[in-house]
Design a binder for this molecule. Structure first.
Ligand code: AMP
Ligand code: MG
Length: 507
């Protein structure tokens, strides 16, 4: 985070006087999160961007638009202004919510939506949030803005994760502007319109627990249970304690999420408790990275010098974060043993879910003894030579489809090591019809992931106001298991310069 830039909040002008007064999504809104009352948020308006020139569309997802129920021609000029925070959106009741959290293992106290503004919830049950729409009471030293590069990364990765079948917040669009913001250097401001059933984080619970606001804590937990985990209300587990059941349900969803991340090679980069979704969604895309070469100890966040959030630490960090959530819920659960019992299933849910995902990558529809070994051996093989993770799996899938092993074998210097593993892989595949295995593998091993260098190329072009790279990537990442003939360049090895890309928390 950087101190507020004097450039960022300069008065915005509208010399031509052409800006619309407001915009209308044409959607029905419901009260949603706002029903919790003023101790949970501050109502406020987005701050218009300080640029004399109008904003522009950088990227948009018609898929998300359809899910919201927007019409085909939803991208009006008025909406462009509203989603950039320049004019109000009819029916919206914008607010910034308060939360706290543990950052890098240390209690950070109050944080909150410092640059995200919740516009409200649609009758379809989706919340719409603007990220980068100006300062809020929770901005602390920040300017409330988001830069173009990180906004494009968040937009593309949200949709990429969805395309991969991984739970995530979504992104309707990125709007760009010529408004300047100061980071390490001067950049331009952008706004991401994010969409999710809820943006509630572990940190929301930690906030009210830390402040001894137990009535608010209960109201929040009841809201989350009634809206998103209704089965917890009628649980027979944990002596009928709905809050313990909630903790267990969140632990299970988090286990599933982490299994997805580890299987696809996704490194989040900033797994602070305020970046953990109560719905088990991937949230707050910052210095994330899809692994290129398989290095279990990879650290994608340049600011994470200690490697707390290294790739192979993620499942344990998630458990640590769940433990914080458990502590926050303790005043409601009332019994420490019960809280611990509710967290316990994570320890088996994660490895089971991970094994299931890896088994699918190996083309194995059913479990058998020895699968864990086969998986471990494959990962050891990849780690030994830092073999490209995505390419290995896709080529292995392709091999099951066409019978040509050479493209896989040539990935390894230690051919004997690979051949030995291949033997046990083929032994396991003995009884499985080839076509069936190939089909499962091709839909479990993506051809396209949002590698850092691909995002970087799209970002650099977007800086020159060429947004075609963003659209092209989106098209591929929305269906990453499809072949997309002609797009092989996006599925290749990263160039040498990819390893020099440095991505930190500053965004
Ligand atoms: P993050 O690491 O992006 O999850 O952010 C951690 C906290 O810092 C959250 O409370 C954010 O809202 C806040 N924050 C990050 N960047 C900014 C910014 N440019 N302006 C205001 N608040 C920010
Ligand atoms: Mg965050």
């Amino acid at each position: 985070m950087t101190p507020t830039s004097p450039l960022a909040e300069a008065t915005r002008t509208d010399p031509a006087g052409t800006r619309p007064e407001n915009a209308d999504l044409g959607l029905e809104w419901v009260e949603g999160f706002a029903a919790l009352g003023p101790r949970f948020f501050t109502e406020l308006r987005p701050t218009p961007l300080s640029s004399p020139t109008p904003p522009y569309w950088v990227g948009h997802s018609d898929q998300v638009a359809r899910e919201l129920g927007l019409p085909e021609d939803w991208r009006s000029d008025a909406l462009l202004e509203a989603l950039s925070g320049n004019v109000p959106l009819a029916g919206a009741r914008p607010l910034a919510s308060v939360y706290s959290g543990h950052q890098f293992g240390v209690w950070a106290g109050q944080l909150g939506d410092g640059r995200a503004i919740l516009l409200g919830e649609t009758a379809g049950g989706l919340e719409i949030q603007l990220k980068g729409a100006g300062r809020t009471p929770y901005s602390r030293m920040g300017d409330g803005r988001a830069v173009l590069r990180s906004s494009i990364r968040e937009f593309l990765c949200s949709e990429a994760m969805h395309g991969l079948g991984i739970p995530t917040t979504r992104a309707l669009c990125v709007t760009g502007s010529d408004a300047r913001v100061r980071r390490e250097e001067i950049e331009t401001a952008a706004v991401v319109t994010r969409v999710a059933p809820s943006f509630i984080r572990f940190g929301h619970f930690e906030h009210f627990a830390a402040n001894q606001q137990h009535a608010e804590l209960r109201a929040l937990a009841d809201y989350v249970i009634d809206r998103y985990y209704p089965a917890c209300r009628h649980t027979e587990r944990f002596g009928g304690n709905p809050y313990a059941a909630l903790l267990e349900a969140v632990a299970e969803r988090t286990a599933t999420l982490l299994a997805h991340w580890q299987a696809v090679g996704f490194c989040h980069g900033v797994m602070n408790t305020d970046n953990m979704s109560i719905l088990g969604l991937t949230i707050d895309y910052g210095p994330f990275q899809f692994l290129d070469g398989f290095d279990p100890r990879h650290i994608c966040n340049h600011s994470d010098t200690g490697g707390r959030y290294a790739f192979n630490q993620q499942p344990n960090v998630a458990y640590w974060n769940l433990f914080c959530l458990g502590q926050a819920l303790l005043p409601l659960i009332e019994d420490q043993e019960l809280a611990l019992a509710a967290l316990e299933p994570y320890k088996s849910a994660f490895p089971n879910a991970f094994e299931n995902r890896m088994r699918a990558k190996l083309g194995l529809a059913d479990a058998a003894d020895g699968d864990r070994q086969l998986i471990e051996d494959a990962l050891k093989l990849l780690a030994a030579e830092k073999t490209d993770y995505t390419i290995f799996w896709r080529r292995l899938a392709q091999y099951r489809a066409d019978g040509n092993i050479e493209p896989v074998r040539e990935l390894f210097i230690d051919r004997a090591g690979f051949d030995a593993w291949l033997l046990s892989f083929l032994e396991r595949h003995n009884q499985i019809p080839r076509e069936q295995a190939a089909e499962l593998m091709l839909r479990s091993n993506p051809k396209y992931v949002l590698r850092n260098h691909l995002g970087q190329q799209a970002i650099e072009a977007a800086g020159r106001k060429d947004f075609s790279g963003v659209a092209t990537l989106l098209g591929l990442l929305e269906s990453p298991f499809e072949e997309h003939p002609g797009a092989d360049a996006y599925a290749g090895f990263p160039p040498d310069w990819a390893s020099t890309i440095e991505i930190s928390c500053s965004s």
